[in-house]
Design a protein around this ligand. Structure first.
Ligand code: CA2
Length: 155
């Protein structure tokens, strides 16, 4: 029987995350965005999924990536919208509009930080949030997403 084509998950990272590994290691660790994207590709591949990784410092571009995920029939979204998590009703609306199973990730524990980080608009459009696991949160999010959509680990 023919195998189904690889399914794609979108991994979206927001403003300043291109700076990972260069500053604030006490908060965000030493890994770079390239390390995060490699980790995501490997975690997704364990379930026969392809990770399409995108980063932008611009709110509208992140909205366009969410629309692109819809157009490409992505089976899931992992999003760390960084500071836009706490401000962007537009990103919340985009995630609600495409109705793709979404997990929000934060590298740091946003609830142990300043009160302005405690609320997330994007989390309200996600079925789960991981916060405070460092970059391993992305791997955990992909595992959780795979379970949610019924993607099985490859032997
Ligand atoms: O903990 C997270 O993943 C955050 O989404 C990171 C955001 C912050 O605004 C959120 O409250 C929590 C900030 C990303 C900035 O990333 C940098 C990494 C290294 C150096 C400078 C910035």
């Amino acid at each position: 029987m023919a195998m189904p084509p690889d399914q794609t998950i979108y991994v979206l990272n927001g403003p300043n995350l291109n700076m990972l590994g260069t500053r604030e290691p006490d908060t965000y660790g030493h890994a770079t965005l390239a390390d995060v994207e490699k980790l995501c590709a490997e975690a997704a591949a364990q379930f026969g999924l392809t990770a399409c990784c995108r980063q932008s410092n611009h709110e509208g571009q992140l909205i366009d990536f969410i629309h692109e995920a819809h157009a490409k029939k992505a089976c899931g979204i992992i999003i760390n919208a960084a500071a836009y998590s706490h401000t962007s009703i537009a990103l919340h609306d985009a995630l609600k509009a495409v109705n793709i199973p979404t997990v929000e990730v934060h590298i740091s524990n946003i609830h142990a930080r300043e009160s302005f980080r405690h609320h997330s608009f994007t989390a309200m459009a996600a079925f789960a949030t991981l916060s405070g696991f460092g970059i391993d949160g992305y791997r955990l999010a992909i595992n959780g997403l795979a379970a949610k959509i019924g993607a099985k680990a490859k032997a």
